[in-house]
Ligand binder design. Structure first.
Ligand SMILES: NC(=O)c1ccc[n+]([C@@H]2O[C@H](COP(=O)([O-])OP(=O)(O)OC[C@H]3O[C@@H](n4cnc5c(N)ncnc54)[C@H](OP(=O)(O)O)[C@@H]3O)[C@@H](O)[C@H]2O)c1
Length: 312
């Protein structure tokens, strides 16, 4: 099969597009024929070795942990899925990823893909959808009528988080550059803040939840906009418990986990037209390097997806 892998950590030049053996599913696993693989910042962070203390990968390593495709074959003990099912997943990040024609995924990490969208859009959704769900709902406990500030609201995570928060009935405030203001208003953001010309902590009324996608200075300045007892949920860098306590608020760090039940809920929302994923760039699998370089610039709107094409 064709795949994009790395033989060691490094820059975009370490990505290799090559033929590799097709993997085989063991008990509880499914072989999926990949139709599309989403690109996320974690792909190039792993490529550069930033997560090597946490994840003990072996080489060659296939990158990419967002996928939509079709069940090709089953390992033993599979009860929920059958050959031919259209599925999507954010598979285990400790194993080979989805920049390939085939990937083996645990059944517990797969859900049926939304019926109303193609594989490209389904592949853009699992990682950012689960991240938005687990930060806003599991960690943040967001409920109707609450106020939430979402940093990088036009990005992969942000634009899905905006829609999930609106679906819950929250008042949503989002930061972006001016280029994305119209986009965010169209998604339903109630207050759009230009991070180039405004200091969000000077213009935001107190909020119940901050979704911190940036870390650093953005996280530091976010403490002040929380209501007493509010919560800062970060996916960028672990917030300090002492700082939270000093501000009379709470904090959480989320590292997104695979979850087929939540994925099925996300698929339902897509099919009910309550959630749409925006794909800004579609590239062939062989162009993964370009896709990662674009992602690494950090100013995309929505998502970048690799398409896998098979000869007819
Ligand atoms: N912990 C986890 O499990 C987890 C899960 C998912 C993601 N993450 C991390 O979360 C971060 C965001 O992920 P993503 O997929 O959403 O990335 P992304 O799609 O690459 O984010 C790009 C967005 O960031 C915005 N942006 C850049 N600088 C900004 C600033 N100073 N203030 C506000 N917005 C800014 C850009 O808006 P403009 O174009 O308007 O500048 C762009 O829309 C990444 O670091 C990723 O690794 C962590």
């Amino acid at each position: 099969m064709k795949s994009v892998c790395i033989y060691g950590y490094g820059g975009p030049e370490v990505l290799v597009y090559e033929d590799a053996p097709r993997p085989h599913p063991d008990a509880g696993e499914v072989l999926v024929r990949v139709h599309a693989a989403g690109i996320n910042p974690v792909d190039w962070k792993i490529r550069e070795g930033h997560l090597k203390e946490m994840l003990h990968h072996t080489f060659p390593l296939v990158l990419g942990w967002d996928v939509s495709g079709v069940v090709e074959s089953l390992g033993t003990g599979i009860t929920r899925l059958k050959v031919g099912d259209e599925v999507f997943s954010r598979p285990d990040i400790a194993r080979d990823g989805a920049y390939a024609e085939f990937i083996v995924i645990k059944e517990s990490e797969l859900a049926l893909k939304p019926k109303s969208v193609d594989h490209i859009h389904a592949a853009a959704l699992p990682l950012v959808g689960l991240t938005a769900w687990q930060t806003l709902f599991d960690a943040g406990g967001l409920s109707a009528g609450q106020r939430v500030l979402i940093h990088a609201a036009a990005g992969g995570v942000g634009h899905v988080a905006v829609q999930l928060a609106k679906w819950k009935g929250a008042h949503v405030i989002g930061t972006s550059s001016a280029r994305n203001h119209e986009f965010l208003r169209n998604l339903g953001v109630n207050q759009v803040i230009d991070y180039d010309t405004e200091r969000f902590e000077e213009v935001v009324q107190p909020v119940d939840i901050v979704l911190d996608t940036m870390g650093g200075d953005t996280q530091e300045r976010s403490w002040k906009v929380l209501k007493p007892g509010g919560i800062l949920v970060s996916i960028a860098s672990p917030p300090k418990a002492e700082t939270a306590a000093a501000h009379g608020v709470r904090q959480a760090f989320v590292f997104t986990q695979p979850n087929s039940t939540q994925l099925a809920e996300i698929a339902k929302l897509v099919d009910a037209e309550k959630l749409k994923v925006i794909v800004e760039t579609i590239l062939p699998l062989s162009d993964a390097t370009r896709g990662q370089e674009l992602s690494q610039r950090g100013h995309g709107r929505g998502k970048i997806v690799l398409r896998v094409v098979y000869p007819q």
